[in-house]
Design a binder for this molecule. Sequence first.
Ligand SMILES: C[S@@+](CC[C@H](N)C(=O)[O-])C[C@H]1O[C@@H](n2cnc3c(N)ncnc32)[C@H](O)[C@@H]1O
Length: 163
Amino acid sequence: MSRLDSFIRRLEAQRRILDWAAAGIAGRPGLVLELGLGNGRTYDHLRELLPDREIHVFERDVSPNPASMPPAGLLVEGDMATTLPAFAARHGRSAALVHVDVTTGVPERDRILFAWLPEHVAALAAPDALVLSGWDLAHPALVAIPLPDGVPAGRYYAYRRAG
Ligand SMILES: C[S@@+](CC[C@H](N)C(=O)[O-])C[C@H]1O[C@@H](n2cnc3c(N)ncnc32)[C@H](O)[C@@H]1O
């Protein structure tokens, strides 16, 4: 598969899993956390799906498409290794949905480079929260759950936060 095909499939999987997750948290209170603003595409999709939710966005190099700039109060600038634990200290386990879109594009590299991240995600996810990631998050409190139809195994990962 060419990298272009792979990229298109990744975006299709992202849209499908975000649609599924937005429906899955209906009726559950809680924040939505977008880890990795980048161009702002998935943030823009989430805010369209969830107009009444507080969506907090974490990013160290803030330069999205201007149409996808989060409001100042909902943008957490800086390295997530620092900003996620600081946010957890203020808000606790308050997230109904966490979307982890911090990636180099190479899952094997991500697991090593971002080995510190699953712990912070677990510390922010409310009981039963949904956690989505483009690479597998190894943490005992994040329990893998089946993916929605149309999202191939290994393309995306979905978890529920235990207890
Ligand atoms: C794949 S991009 C996000 C794409 C975005 N969700 C979209 O749909 O346009 C990953 C982003 O994570 C950010 N990032 C990577 N490591 C980070 C860290 N340690 N702290 C904060 N941001 C980080 C990068 O700057 C990059 O913008």
